[in-house]
Design a protein around this ligand. Structure first.
Ligand code: ADP
Ligand code: MG
Length: 296
């Protein structure tokens, strides 16, 4: 099932990433996807192609070790809950400073089987049975302690089965509802002045939705607007009706999307301001590669 990470090639990729950060030029890199938090790079080698997800740099070995444990637990919990997850290997490069660079590595799965793509390329019949499968998987897995980001871009349809890709941000909560994730680290691309405020007031609102079927579906359906697929929403709402209480409506989905889009736009604006501060004023490299603006 699993695989061996091609060490020297990945180390070379990391060199390229660093060069890109130094020069603020990412044209040498093959970007598979810009998520909201991680940067996913494609690595082609003689032993196959890989999706390499660069995590925020860990300031200490302890924080990395904590992350490694939570990732492992997340993968196990998902599998136990019946979610098929793309085999994922954590690869690290400890730095002399004590910091740790790490990547979540998966085999690169066929881009044309990505469900966000298939929703565009396949017909209504595929969409309907995809959504039926998604409902079953999500409803069977999420709960107060285990979350999933159900967006269509996080699933690949392989041999008639949905395979989940997005595991870099393990969504696990303890019995008191606290996030196990190192939230501060994973939001480290937010400008320092706002990080604490954002962390306190936004963590709940960003994460809560991932821990209930209703929330995951609301987010999934809202995102169809971003994909310009909102025409699918009413049919999906009918399919979901039996599993969601109180019922979701077209209006709630649209309103949710507007709020969510506004929040991520704000975050992106803050990051750009911070990047300008680093590069333009302080004259030092900005430590993140930012996704291009999304047309919302
Ligand atoms: N194993 C993979 N094979 C092919 N493409 C992938 C793979 N993993 C991720 N991607 C692409 O990168 C995008 C972002 O990856 P994801 O793991 O969802 O990270 P994020 O947390 O940033 O959303 C995906 O939507 C998909 O387009
Ligand atoms: Mg994702």
């Amino acid at each position: 099932m699993t695989f061996t990470v091609p060490e020297p090639e990945l180390a070379a990729l990391e060199e390229q990433v660093r060069a890109a950060l130094r020069t603020a030029d990412d044209r040498e890199l093959t970007v598979l996807g810009y998520g909201e938090v991680t940067l996913v790079l494609r690595l082609d080698t003689e032993t196959g192609s890989f999706a390499c997800k660069r995590l925020p740099v860990f300031p200490t070995r302890e924080r990395f070790a904590r992350y490694a444990r939570s990732l492992e637990e997340y993968l196990t919990r998902l599998a136990d809950a019946g979610v098929r997850v793309a085999p994922t290997v954590l690869w690290t490069m400890p730095l002399p400073s004590g910091k740790v660079v790490a990547y979540c590595v998966q085999r690169a799965l066929p881009a044309d089987r990505l469900c966000s793509r298939l929703l565009h390329t396949e017909g209504d019949a595929w969409a309907e049975q995809f959504f039926g499968r998604l409902l079953a998987v999500v409803d069977g897995a999420v709960g107060p302690c285990l979350g999933i980001d159900g967006q269509a871009a996080n699933w690949v349809d392989l041999d008639g089965e949905l395979v989940y890709l997005d595991v870099t941000t393990p969504m696990l909560r303890d019995e008191r509802g606290r996030e196990r994730l190192d939230v501060r680290l994973f939001f480290s691309s937010l400008p320092w002045a706002l990080r604490d405020v954002v962390r306190l007031s936004m963590t709940r609102s960003i994460f809560d939705k991932f821990y209930s079927t209703r929330g995951v579906l609301l987010d999934f359906l809202g995102n169809l607007h971003k994909e310009r697929l909102e025409k699918l929403v009413p049919g999906f709402l009918d399919q979901a009706a039996a599993r969601v209480n109180p019922a979701l409506t077209v209006g709630e989905v649209a309103a949710y999307y507007r709020d969510d889009a506004r929040m991520w736009e704000l975050i992106q604006r803050l990051r750009k301001a911070d990047r300008y501060w680093h590069r333009g004023i302080r004259r030092r490299p900005y430590p993140f590669l930012l996704p291009p603006d999304v047309d919302r």
